[in-house]
Design a protein around this ligand. Structure first.
Ligand code: ZN
Ligand code: ZN
Ligand code: ZN
Length: 324
């Protein structure tokens, strides 16, 4: 092997098996065939999932050119890179470079999944585990699903035969482990639909933590039956929900507020684009504080606020008394 070939090989080889090794650890912790994952398992699963995502995404950047994994290419050279003396790109920048420099297609949903994971990891490092086991499981399943697709499309085809054989067993464990996690989520949701969630279809929305359609809005405990977790602060829930599932304008479209004051309880907890089990895919205005679906809202001709008309009047009651 010439020096140049040796260098290329060294740069090419380690990251992919290393990333797969992290994923294997995540599966061993989360998809146990017996017993629930412990708090320690959840903690290391999140940390190692984030590490795997970072290593694997950067492996693809490295394949394009080593300088792409460095945050400021003008401040480095190959020698420093080989010794590991460089500042690596941030998660957001890594994804941006994959899309805009390398030209890969990464969907909006996948991007969001990756950024959510990075947030969970940071929270964990600063505050310890705050999420319930089931929320970690569903998020981990989304990230695993993305990383397996990413490996299949962008990394595995470039491995040489030796590397491919070295990772084959781990990959199989990872794929079956993911199926086990997904079927756990699906069967638990089936059971909830027939029990806890029954009769509450009109007020059951997606939970911002676990993403499952399992949170019953009642304005008091607002509890997600899947996590399980309560959201006793309706303001916190409404803004978490709106951030996670609200309208995000297409490039060029004007931004429109989808979280507004509720005309009934006068709290900024009216989510205009809520989706419930009963709404069956369409978006409806639901107040997360008074737990009412506000289907008959009109927009005040004078001040532009939403209100409940009592007698087909065209301005809100505030404006009405204002005008005397
Ligand atoms: Zn939940
Ligand atoms: Zn309200
Ligand atoms: Zn008005």
């Amino acid at each position: 092997m010439t020096e140049d070939e040796a260098r290329k090989r060294q740069i090419h080889y380690p990251p992919v098996p290393n990333g797969i090794d992290y994923l294997r650890d995540v599966i061993d912790r989360l998809a146990r065939s017996s017993g629930e994952p412990s708090e320690r398992d959840l903690k290391y699963a999140v940390l190692h999932l984030q590490a795997a995502a970072e290593v694997l995404l950067k492996a693809r950047l490295r394949e394009e050119h080593w300088s792409l994994v460095i945050s400021k290419a003008e401040k480095t050279n190959l020698k420093k890179f080989e010794k590991g003396e460089f500042e690596s790109t941030t998660n957001t920048e890594t994804v941006r470079r994959l899309v805009e420099v390398v030209g890969l297609d990464i969907s909006v949903d996948d991007k969001k999944t990756l950024l959510d994971l990075a947030t969970t990891r940071n929270q964990l490092q600063h505050w310890g585990i705050t999420e319930e086991a089931n929320a970690v499981l569903t998020r981990a399943a989304d990230v695993l699903d993305f990383l397996i697709r990413f490996l299949d499309q962008h990394l595995l085809p470039h491995l040489d035969a030796d590397d491919e054989e070295a990772v084959a067993d781990d990959l199989e464990e990872i794929r079956t482990g993911l199926v086990r996690i997904e079927s756990y989520v699906a069967s638990r949701m089936e059971r909830l639909k027939e029990s806890d969630l029954k009769g509450h279809e009109g007020r059951t929305v997606h939970c911002p933590d676990c993403q499952q359609l399992a949170l019953i809005v009642d304005g008091v405990t607002n509890s997600c039956r899947f996590c399980p977790r309560d959201w006793t602060d309706p303001l916190e829930l409404a803004s978490a929900y709106d951030n996670a599932f609200g309208y995000s304008p297409a490039p060029g479209d004007p931004y429109e507020e989808t979280l507004v004051d509720c005309p009934d309880c006068e709290t900024p907890t009216l989510v205009l684009e809520a989706e419930t089990v009963a709404s069956d895919g369409s978006r409806i205005p639901l107040c997360f504080n008074c737990a009412e679906v506000q289907n008959d809202l009109w927009e005040c001709m004078r001040c532009g606020r939403l209100y409940n008309p009592t007698d087909e009047e065209s301005i809100c009651s505030d404006c009405f008394s204002d005008l005397g």
